[in-house]
Ligand binder design. Structure first.
Ligand code: FAD
Length: 337
């Protein structure tokens, strides 16, 4: 049976996989990477496929779907192989009495994917708690231990790994806190759900519960029966601009090290694309999530080409209204819009 990216990604689109390898330990992963370094076969590395859209032509080379499963807790340090399911890392940390990852509960994907776009939610980003990584350099074949500050974090959802195929994250180590109190909760809707003031703290397990409830209400926890979750989460990245066009003067603004960050969901909704938009557009297989305007979703039967056409339609509408061109937050391979 031919395996396709529709089988391997949460957007559930994309063509056939040339050769699929699923290394189940760190040493198997490193062996597979060494083997591929000496071959002409193009290589694509992926984890949970939750931030990746591959075109309908698929990938004719080798795909390594990282499946390594080593996980270790040592004092306040948690070390996970790149293939460990991310939410499992969060759960184990909390079970061990360690606070720090609770706000990142329920995010799909594997541990190795978290530094790639400095995954974040509800005011916590990976770089807040990441201490070091084991990284394979595909140009030299070396396995290197990096401190987190070498990852190029800073601007929203950026790192040296994003849109680069030079490095493969093999292992991540987080420095957490043995504590019965979470980090300060700066998000009003999360604080509300917890019944605390913004800036207050709560038991980490309660924060996890509240985060999962909020995420479910927004279609942000994977559920095969729920088409709002057949997505990559946020499809478009929040734009960071040196100058905000006059037409977007009313848009909320946030600080970013590279300029002013604007919420793409706000821009999309005010360009005439409400939540759920799209069922009457095109062939109806793709729409915005009915609970989150930033999320492009597969309503069943979509192709990667359908997703790209729809994404271009939204991008063009926002550009016509505000003069701001949205780009993808997810990684697009053999497809574009
Ligand atoms: C319903 C839903 C909700 C989401 N919510 C959030 C959220 O709240 N916050 C957030 O930040 N993201 C969110 N996402 C996006 C996504 O879950 C994260 O970006 C996740 O970390 C991606 O991990 P992955 O293993 O699935 O990566 P993949 O999708 O498999 O890969 C994504 C990219 O990372 C690269 N990559 C993967 N693993 C490695 C590795 N080990 N070394 C080097 N490169 C690698 C791939 O080549 C690809 O370019 C959401 C997605 C979905 C579907």
């Amino acid at each position: 049976m031919t395996i396709t990216f529709a089988d391997l990604t949460t957007m559930r689109v994309g063509g056939p996989v040339g050769r699929l390898l699923v290394p189940e330990s760190m040493s198997q992963l490193v062996d597979a990477l060494h083997e591929s370094a000496g071959s002409d076969d193009p290589l694509l590395v992926m984890g949970g496929g939750s931030n990746l859209v591959v075109g309908d032509i698929g990938w004719h080379g080798t795909v390594i779907k990282v499946g390594s499963s080593e996980l270790d807790v040592d004092g306040e340090r948690v070390t996970a192989a790149a293939g460990v399911d991310w939410d499992h890392v969060v759960r184990v940390s909390l079970d061990q009495g360690l606070a720090g990852l609770e706000a990142l509960s329920g995010i799909p994907g594997a541990a190795g994917g978290t530094p790639v776009q400095n995954v974040g939610a509800f005011g916590t980003v990976t770089s807040d708690v990441l201490e070091s990584l084991l990284v394979f350099d595909r140009t030299t074949g070396d396995l290197e231990r990096w401190p987190a500050d070498r990852c190029g974090f800073g601007s929203h959802r950026q790192s040296v790994f994003k849109r680069s195929d030079r490095w493969v994250v093999v292992e991540v180590t987080f420095r957490l806190r043995r504590s019965e109190q979470s980090r300060a909760i700066e998000y009003a809707d999360l604080a509300n759900r917890l019944g605390i003031e913004v800036g207050g703290t709560a038991a980490p397990a309660d924060v996890r519960q509240a985060v999962l409830e909020l995420r479910r209400s927004r279609g942000m926890v994977l559920d095969p029966r729920d088409h709002d979750t057949w997505s990559v989460g946020s499809f478009f990245v929040n734009p960071v601009l040196a100058d905000v066009p006059e037409r977007a003067a009313e848009c909320p603004r946030y600080f970013d090290v590279k300029g002013t960050k604007l919420p793409a969901a706000w821009l999309i909704e005010r360009s005439g694309f409400p939540r759920g938009y799209g069922r009457e557009w095109g062939n109806g297989t793709v729409s915005l999530s009915t609970r989150h305007a930033l999320s492009v979703t597969n309503r069943g039967g979509a192709t990667a080409s359908d997703v790209m056409k729809f994404a271009a339609h939204i991008r063009d509408g926002v550009e016509a209204r505000f003069g701001i061109r949205l780009g993808p937050e997810c990684d697009l391979v053999n497809c574009s819009f």
